[in-house]
Write a protein that binds this ligand. Structure first.
Ligand code: ADP
Ligand code: MG
Length: 228
């Protein structure tokens, strides 16, 4: 693993209104590592993701990408390096392949590849209109999917984007234990060597991470490597 961090978070503070949500957060991400972020609900994990994606600006401190403050980069160029699955992701009443491809026109091969990697391809092929099936039943002929399937589609969208840095904010929260175990088992294949920030409130979910930061509300409690 390279010793030069791709991302360096330095003494980050975030206040929302009068409330200090994050206090003096510092950590680094290295190219190619799967970095775990563990902490209870309300600890500030999603707030860190929003700061990384420039949805918020820090109140104090800075985030550096390759040594340069992220606010100095062109916004679109900067955000293009991240594939993010937010906890409260949204799917739309569009065909499934368009949900996965996002703003771009769906590439059939890539759609099949990511949906196969998530082990949801067979299921989608069983629908009458297959991957072109309209999601939800707001309109005629749509299909409804389970919470776990919806979560897999959201992960598929992030993988389809194929950005070098993947952020998964509690990506298995809506999955049943079996699907969750399945995702973990194939995690390396899923992220394929990309730098990955994996966020969870469950210690057992971080076993496959190279390194873990443990947060308590608003602060970093400890940092360490996993023994695998
Ligand atoms: P986590 O993702 O670790 O569960 P969050 O980053 O979502 O935690 O939230 C951290 C704390 O900040 C929580 O106490 C939450 O209520 C608060 N918080 C988050 N977003 C806002 C906001 N927009 N306004 C006020 N408080 C917020
Ligand atoms: Mg959260």
């Amino acid at each position: 693993m390279s010793k030069t961090p791709i991302l360096a978070i330095r003494h980050l503070n975030k206040k929302i209104g009068k409330r200090e949500i994050l206090k003096d957060i510092s950590f680094e991400c290295y190219p190619g590592e799967v970095f775990g972020f563990l902490g209870p609900n309300g600890a500030g994990k999603t707030t860190i993701v929003k700061l990384l994606c420039r949805l918020y600006d820090p109140s104090e401190g800075e985030i550096l990408l390759n040594g340069i403050n992220i606010q100095k980069y062109d916004y679109a160029e900067y955000t293009s390096i991240f594939s993010v699955v937010f906890q409260d992701f949204a799917l739309f009443s569009y065909p499934m392949d368009e949900n996965v491809a996002g703003a771009s026109a769906p590439n059939a091969k890539r759609i099949a590849s990511v949906l196969q990697r998530l082990d949801i391809w067979e299921r989608i092929k069983s629908f009458t209109d297959q991957e072109h099936s309209l999601l939800f039943t707001d309109y005629a002929n749509g299909v409804n999917v389970s919470g776990g399937e919806a979560q897999k589609l959201a992960i598929a969208r992030a993988l389809y984007k194929d950005a070098p840095f993947v952020i998964l904010d509690e990506p298995t929260a809506a999955l049943d234990p079996l699907s969750e175990a399945e995702i973990y088992e194939h995690f390396d294949m899923l992220v394929q060597g990309k730098t990955t920030l994996y966020i969870s409130h469950r210690m057992s979910s971080c076993n496959f991470c190279d390194r873990i930061i443990v947060m308590e509300p608003g602060e970093v409690e400890e940092e360490g490597t996993t023994d695998t």
